[in-house]
Design a protein around this ligand. Structure first.
Ligand SMILES: Cc1ncc(C[n+]2csc(CCOP(=O)(O)OP(=O)(O)O)c2C)c(N)n1
Ligand SMILES: [Mg+2]
Length: 693
C-alpha cells in the first residue's frame, strides 16, 4: 500500500513504491495504488504509448508548446486555434514566458501590446471576428499590468468571447516577499491582484507548482472552445514557477482537436417551442449573437421566409443576416429601429435565437406590449435560454432552427401578417432617408436631441467650424466605403445610431461590443478585426471620449503596419450621457468637455485636434468639417497603405433618438428640481408598464 497525503498546497504527495505521475494528476482524493491503477489517466495517449517519455521544460515553455498544438474543428473544418501572443512584459513574465517565446515560439507570433486592456480588446475582436475559432492569448506582468486586463476579461465574458490571459503572479515560494508591484493584503498572504479575475472569468487558476499547468491548460481549452460556456479564462503564473522546469510527458504536447459541436435540442423541448410558435399570428424572431457564432444566418433567413416571420437584430446579432432581407427589421430595442419596435409591440410570440435578452434588446422588458405575448427561446446555453421565463429549446441555433422548421412545415404553419411588415419597413426607410439628409442650416439649426445646454451647438460650430451631423455622417460612410468592409463600434451614442442606421449584407460586417459597452474597445478592436481579415478594409467609428479613454493600440497598429481606418466623432463630450442626464431633468454636468471654474467644468468648450494626435503616431490624417470633406477623405483613404485617422467635427446633439422604446436607468426619487421630479414620474410609469421578469 502506498501512502497518499495532501501537502499544504493541497497537492497530492505519494510516498513508498513506484507510481506514475500522470495518475497522480488524475486523483482528486486519497485512493490506494490498486484503485489508482484501475483509473489510468488516458488523456490523448494512444495504446502502447511509452508513458515514461518526458521532456524537460519550463512551465512557460510548456504553455507555448501546448498552445501551438491546439486546433478546433467545426462542421468538418479544422482551424489552428492559437494565432500568437500579445504581451506587455514586466516582472516574471519577461524572464519566464519571454524566454519561452524567444527561444521557441513554434508557429505562434508575438505581438507587443501598449496597454494590457487594449491588447486584450484586440484579442477579443480577433476571436469575435473569427466566430470564436481563433484566439490570441494575452500575457502581462504582475500587479498593475494584470489588473489592467480585468476589464477586458469582463468584456469577453459578457460577450461570450474566448479570451485567455496569463497574468504573472506573486512568488509561490514567498521568498522575495513582498515583490515590487505585489498587492499586500494583511488578511491573507494568499490573496493577490489576480484574485480580481475570479468574478469576471469563466475559468480561473493559479499555477503554484509546475505540473499544475497541464490540467489548467486542458480546462482552459474546455471552456474556451465550448460555445455555451466560453468567455475569459485566467491562468495566473507565479513568477518563480513560470521558469521552473518539469519532466512533462510528451503526450501532453500532442496535437489536440477540440470539436465545436452543434448539439440539437431534445425532442420534447422542440415540440414545446413548435407548439407555441404554431399558434402565433404575429411572431417576431430576435437574432442574437448566437446566430452569428453558429453561422446560422442563412438558416434563419430561410426560416423567416418560409413561415413569414420578421426578425429584429440585437447588437451582437446584427450582420448575421443580411440587412437587405425582406424580413429584416433592423436593430431591436432601446437602440432599435421604428420597424422592429413597432412590430415588437404587437407580437404575440417572440422567438429569441442566441440572444442574452439584455435590457437594451428588450427595452427593459417594456418593448413587448401585447398582453398575451409568449416568449420562446433557442439558445445553446440553458442560462440564457431561461431569460424572460421563455419556453425553451436548448441547442445550437442552426440545427435547432432547422429541426423547428420541420415541425412547423408538418403543421402547415404560416404567420398571419398582411402588410404590417412592409409598412413598418417603409416608415423606417423614409426615416433613414430623413436622417441621412439632416444638414446644418445655420443659427436656426434644430438638432434631433432637444435636451441640451443652449450654448453648446452654436459654440461648437464657432469653435471647430464643424458642420457635420452624426446621422448624415453615418449615411455618407455607408455610401462611400465598400459593401464588404467591416465596421466596428462600442461605447457612446455611436452604437445606438449604428444599430439603427447601419446596413450590410456582409455576414459579420458589423462588429459591435455592446454587451459591456466598454469605452476604449474600438481602436484596439480595429487591429484585432484587421488581424482576422487582413485583406479587408476595416473602419471603426469611435466617440471622442471613447478615443480619449483608450487608443494606445494605435502604436501597435503602426508597429504591425496595418491599414485600418479610425473615424473619430468629435462632439466635445460624453454626448449620450449628456443626453441621458438632461433627459432626466438634470443639468449639463461633467459630460461636456468644458474648462472648469475650479468647482465645476462649466466654462467654454475645449477644442482638441485629433488629427495631430494621429500625425504624431505617423497615421495619414484628415480633418473633416463637412460631409463633402468626409466623402473626399474616405475616397482618398482607400488609396492609402497606412492607417488613416479621420477627425470629424460632428455637431453635438445630432445623433438619433429613440423609436418606440423606453429604458430604465434609475432616477432620483427625491429632488429639489421640478424637472427631475417630472422625469421620475415617467420612470415610475415605465416601470409599472414593464414586465417584471
Ligand atoms: C469604460 C467605460 N466607462 C464609462 C462608460 C459610461 N459611458 C457610456 S457612453 C459614455 C460617453 C461616451 O462619449 P463618446 O465616446 O464621446 O461618445 P458620444 O456619446 O459623445 O457619441 C460614457 C462615459 C462606459 N460605457 N465605459
Ligand atoms: Mg463624444
Amino acid at each position: 500500500m502506498h501512502a497518499i497525503r495532501h501537502n499544504a498546497r493541497n497537492n497530492i504527495i505519494m510516498t513508498g513504491g513506484r507510481f506514475q505521475k500522470s495518475w497522480i494528476l488524475c486523483c482528486q482524493q486519497k485512493v490506494s495504488s490498486k484503485e489508482l491503477s484501475r483509473f489510468p489517466c488516458r488523456g490523448n495517449r494512444q495504446k502502447g504509448e511509452n508513458m515514461e517519455k518526458t521532456v524537460k521544460m519550463t512551465v512557460a515553455q510548456a504553455i507555448v508548446k501546448f498552445l501551438d498544438n491546439q486546433y478546433v474543428s467545426m462542421d468538418g473544418v479544422e482551424t489552428k486555434f492559437v494565432e500568437g501572443f500579445f504581451t506587455i512584459f514586466g516582472h516574471g513574465i519577461a524572464v519566464g514566458l519571454g524566454e519561452a517565446l524567444d527561444s521557441d515560439p513554434g508557429q505562434l507570433r508575438v505581438m507587443q501590446g501598449r496597454n494590457e486592456q487594449g491588447m486584450c480588446h484586440a484579442a477579443i475582436a480577433f476571436a469575435k471576428q473569427n466566430n470564436r475559432r481563433r484566439i490570441i492569448p494575452c500575457a502581462s506582468s504582475v500587479g498593475p499590468g494584470a489588473a489592467n486586463m480585468v476589464v477586458a476579461c469582463a468584456t469577453a465574458t459578457v460577450n461570450n468571447i474566448p479570451l485567455l490571459v496569463f497574468p504573472a503572479d506573486s512568488f509561490a515560494s514567498r521568498q522575495p516577499d513582498p515583490v515590487l508591484q505585489q498587492l499586500e493584503q494583511s488578511s491573507s498572504l494568499a490573496v493577490t491582484t489576480n484574485d480580481a479575475f475570479r468574478p469576471v472569468c469563466k475559468y480561473w487558476d493559479r499555477i503554484t507548482r509546475p505540473e499544475m499547468i497541464m490540467t489548467a491548460l486542458i480546462n482552459a481549452m474546455r471552456v474556451l472552445t465550448d460555445p455555451a460556456e466560453t468567455g475569459a479564462c485566467c491562468i495566473g503564473l507565479c513568477q518563480d514557477v513560470e521558469g521552473e522546469s518539469y519532466d512533462f510527458p510528451e503526450y501532453f504536447f500532442k496535437k489536440r482537436v477540440h470539436r465545436i459541436t452543434r448539439p440539437a435540442a431534445v425532442e420534447e423541448e422542440l415540440e414545446d417551442v413548435a407548439e407555441i410558435l404554431a399558434g402565433a399570428e404575429k411572431p417576431l424572431l430576435i437574432v442574437g449573437g448566437g446566430v452569428r457564432y453558429s453561422e446560422a444566418g442563412e438558416t434563419v433567413e430561410k426560416f423567416c421566409e418560409e413561415f413569414g416571420i420578421p426578425f429584429g437584430e440585437s447588437q451582437a446579432g446584427k450582420s448575421a443576416c443580411k440587412s437587405s432581407h425582406p424580413y429584416c427589421l433592423g436593430g431591436i430595442g432601446v437602440t432599435g429601429t421604428y420597424a422592429s419596435n413597432i412590430i415588437a409591440k404587437d407580437a404575440d410570440v417572440v422567438l429569441a435565437v442566441g440572444s442574452r435578452m439584455s435590457d437594451f434588446t428588450t427595452s427593459s422588458k417594456h418593448l413587448f406590449r401585447n398582453p398575451e405575448v409568449k416568449f420562446v427561446s433557442i439558445n445553446n446555453c440553458r442560462f440564457h435560454a431561461y431569460k424572460m421565463d421563455a419556453v425553451k429549446a436548448v441547442g445550437d441555433a442552426k440545427v435547432t432552427i432547422e429541426a423547428l422548421a420541420e415541425k412547423l412545415r408538418a403543421r402547415n404553419y404560416k404567420s398571419a401578417y398582411k402588410n404590417e411588415i412592409v409598412e413598418a419597413k417603409k416608415v423606417w426607410d423614409e426615416e433613414m432617408a430623413r436622417l441621412a439628409g439632416i444638414e446644418y442650416t445655420g443659427d436656426d439649426f434644430e438638432p434631433i436631441i432637444k435636451a441640451r445646454d443652449p450654448r453648446t451647438v452654436p459654440e461648437f460650430v464657432k469653435l471647430t467650424n464643424g458642420k457635420i451631423t452624426q446621422t448624415a455622417a453615418l449615411a455618407a460612410i455607408r455610401r462611400v466605403i465598400d459593401e464588404e468592409a467591416t465596421i466596428i463600434t462600442a461605447g457612446g451614442s455611436l452604437p445606438s445610431c449604428m444599430q439603427r442606421m447601419w446596413t450590410t449584407d456582409k455576414r459579420g460586417g458589423y462588429h459591435a461590443e455592446y454587451g459591456y459597452s466598454c469605452m476604449g474597445y474600438e481602436v484596439a478592436a480595429t487591429l484585432g478585426v484587421k488581424f482576422a481579415e487582413p485583406d479587408n478594409e476595416v473602419y471603426c467609428v469611435v466617440g471622442d471620449s471613447s478615443f480619449q479613454m483608450l487608443h494606445s493600440e494605435i502604436m501597435t497598429i503602426m508597429q504591425e503596419q496595418k491599414k485600418v481606418n479610425i473615424l473619430i466623432f468629435d462632439n466635445c463630450g460624453f454626448g449620450c450621457i449628456n443626453n441621458l442626464e438632461m433627459n432626466h431633468g438634470i443639468g449639463s454636468l461633467a459630460t461636456e468637455f468644458r474648462y472648469t471654474d475650479g468647482k465645476k467644468p462649466t466654462g467654454d468648450l475645449i477644442p482638441v485636434d485629433y488629427a495631430k494626435i494621429g500625425e504624431g503616431y505617423g497615421l495619414k490624417t484628415y480633418t473633416c468639417r463637412t460631409i463633402a470633406e468626409l466623402e473626399a477623405a474616405l475616397e482618398d483613404a482607400k488609396k492609402q497603405d497606412i492607417a488613416c485617422l479621420f477627425d470629424l467635427k460632428v455637431i453635438p446633439k445630432t445623433m438619433t433618438d429613440g423609436y418606440e422604446s423606453w429604458w430604465d436607468v434609475g432616477i432620483a426619487m427625491t429632488s429639489t428640481k421640478e424637472s427631475v421630479r417630472k422625469a421620475a414620474e415617467g420612470v415610475l410609469e415605465g416601470r409599472r408598464e414593464a414586465r417584471k421578469y
